[in-house]
Design a protein around this ligand. Structure first.
Ligand SMILES: Nc1ncnc2c1ncn2[C@@H]1O[C@H](COP(=O)(O)OP(=O)(O)O)[C@@H](O)[C@H]1O
Ligand SMILES: [Mg+2]
Length: 266
């Protein structure tokens, strides 16, 4: 579904992502893991058009989307959530999802908040799209509650609904389980499985190894901006290069090797 070839970006002297060639197959869950600062979020920022790569190519459904801006990428069918979800706590769950729809379609965030003329025209379409997204994440009955009144898990679901409201084919989730307790994490895993069963393709960045190992069809491992491994959870966790990268990292030392002992952390 998505192929990146030789993808790279440099910030000054820092090569944050370097020569990454990888694919995200349709209908599957791809996990992107790696120590802190490995380039995982930057990889998502490149795919979603937030950053322009300094080298390489991004092909989505046969189309070269490398030069496209965020809203154009969204229009092609790629949506994302952010590592730190920004929801509008005082607005209703539905309004949040509608903002997600507008920001991701025609109008910008400012328009969305100010309700200009164009917004009124888009209103019905946004409402319908937002309601469909809320149904998919199990929040339809909470649509009129203030988003800030929801649990941490509920607020994460709002963030996912905001991304789903543009009806993407590929959804990128950046650390969706961060800050979640084990029960919430299990619920989130069930939601991700449901979304994929419904036809969505998902790529996610996540530190919680129980989630990664329990969900991913394939794992891509980044280290210092480079892809050091790609394969099934079993293949990747046995890969000496991966074990060494994790053992050598102070931030996540030994986590891969200890995944069966539940070495989760946020
Ligand atoms: N906008 C930016 N400007 C400069 N450096 C950046 C920017 N975004 C990311 N980086 C750098 O890229 C590297 C990878 O960061 P990131 O992708 O956030 O890592 P990860 O998500 O794997 O923890 C880090 O060294 C980070 O400082
Ligand atoms: Mg990150």
């Amino acid at each position: 579904m998505l192929d990146v070839q030789g993808l790279g970006i440099r910030f000054g002297g820092n090569q944050a992502v370097q020569d990454v060639t990888a694919s995200i197959p349709a209908g599957q869950i791809t996990a992107i893991i790696g120590p802190n600062g490995a380039g995982k979020s930057t990889f998502f920022n490149l795919i979603s058009g937030f950053y322009q790569p300094t080298s390489g190519k991004i092909v989505f459904l046969g189309e070269d989307i490398t030069p496209l801006k965020t809203h154009q990428v969204v229009a092609r069918g790629i949506a994302r959530t952010f590592q730190t979800t920004t929801i509008y706590r005082e607005l209703s769950v539905l309004e949040n999802a509608m903002i997600g729809h507008r920001v991701r379609t025609k109008a910008g965030l400012l328009d969305a908040l100010l309700r200009t003329g164009r917004e009124k025209r888009d209103d019905q379409e946004s409402r319908a799209g937002a309601m469909r997204a809320l149904e998919r994440v199990g929040l339809a009955t909470q649509a009129n509650r203030p988003a800030g009144a929801l649990t941490q898990e509920g607020q994460k679901r709002v963030g996912i609904a905001m991304a789903l409201s543009s009806d993407p084919k590929l959804l990128l989730l950046d650390e969706p389980a961060a800050g979640m307790n084990p029960e919430e994490t299990v619920n989130l895993m069930a939601l991700i499985r449901e979304l994929v069963a419904g036809g969505l393709t998902i790529a996610l960045v996540e530190h919680k190894m129980s989630l990664v190992m329990g969900l991913a069809d394939q794992i891509l491992v980044l280290h210092h901006g480079q892809k050091i491994s790609q394969g099934t959870p079993g293949e990747v966790s046995r890969d000496p290069a991966v074990i060494e990268a994790y053992l050598g990292s102070h931030a996540h030392g030994g986590q891969m090797g200890q995944s069966t002992q539940g070495a989760d952390h946020a």
